[in-house]
Design a protein around this ligand. Structure first.
Ligand SMILES: [Zn+2]
Length: 243
């Protein structure tokens, strides 16, 4: 499995997921056509599907333009996002497993940021990756636009249960601000301090901080580390106004 990161709009990440055995390619989130089409051309890929993580326009606004340009006929999203995800052709349910090339994909329903949020857990038998949209960020989680703290807590627990070496690819580059908040919540967390240094160097060099891993998120992410839905909700409220 190979993953190409496609930065687009201000701070979004889309991805090209490539099965190296079959050269099958999937696009994760198409919020801006030009950078995605440029990356597809640059790497000489032929994507056949768009996996949408949730309906927000910065993740799906170019679904139809990208699908038309590349003759893509399948766009997946959660079943409850029917009518909200442009061009959706397939409705996924929680835990649904499907093959893509030689890859195995499991759709995880992870409500909280939106009620139809899906994370795509992808395995080639050796390496694992999860595409979390705006549910789990590096060192953070999405705002609770539609769900409750209980929803997000359950979603965090589901993601926390993935194999610890699973690489985490999220929907935005919010890492430095997230880590500042993490240090505010846990001033003595040495892993957070180490990741702040690492993220600062990475961003100064103009590179993305993705991927993280589930293991690193369990060590640093204040929302993955919340012991209860109440604690998660309290942290999320504080993060909303944290400067
Ligand atoms: Zn969103």
């Amino acid at each position: 499995m190979r993953v190409e990161i496609v930065p687009y709009l201000k701070d979004n990440y889309g991805y090209l997921v490539v099965c190296e055995k079959t050269n099958s390619c999937a696009i994760v989130d198409a919020g801006e056509a030009a950078p995605i089409l440029a990356a597809v051309a640059k790497f000489g890929l032929a994507p056949t599907v768009i996996w949408s993580t949730h309906h927000h326009p910065d993740h799906t606004g170019s679904n139809e333009e990208v699908a038309a340009a590349l003759k893509i006929r399948e766009i997946t999203a959660h079943t409850s996002d029917r009518g909200r995800v442009p061009g959706q052709t397939r409705e996924l349910r929680d835990g649904e497993v499907f093959s893509f090339g030689a890859l195995t994909v499991r759709a995880l329903h992870v409500p909280g940021h939106t009620m139809g949020a899906v994370a795509y857990f992808v395995s080639d038998g050796e390496q694992r990756a999860v595409f979390t949209g705006d549910t789990l960020f590096v060192a953070g989680c999405g705002r609770l636009f539609e769900g409750t703290p209980e929803d997000m807590f359950a979603s965090m627990r589901e993601l926390a249960g993935l194999p610890s070496d699973t690489r985490v690819y999220c929907g935005h580059e919010y890492t430095e601000a997230n880590l500042r908040f993490a240090a505010h919540i846990e001033p003595d967390n040495a892993d957070v301090a180490a990741d702040i240094l690492r993220a600062t160097v990475t961003r100064a060099g103009g590179s993305p901080t993705v991927p993280s891993t589930i293991e690193r998120e369990l060590a640093t992410n204040p929302f993955m580390r919340a012991k209860s839905a109440v604690e998660l909700g309290d942290r999320r409220t504080r993060k909303d106004t944290f400067k």
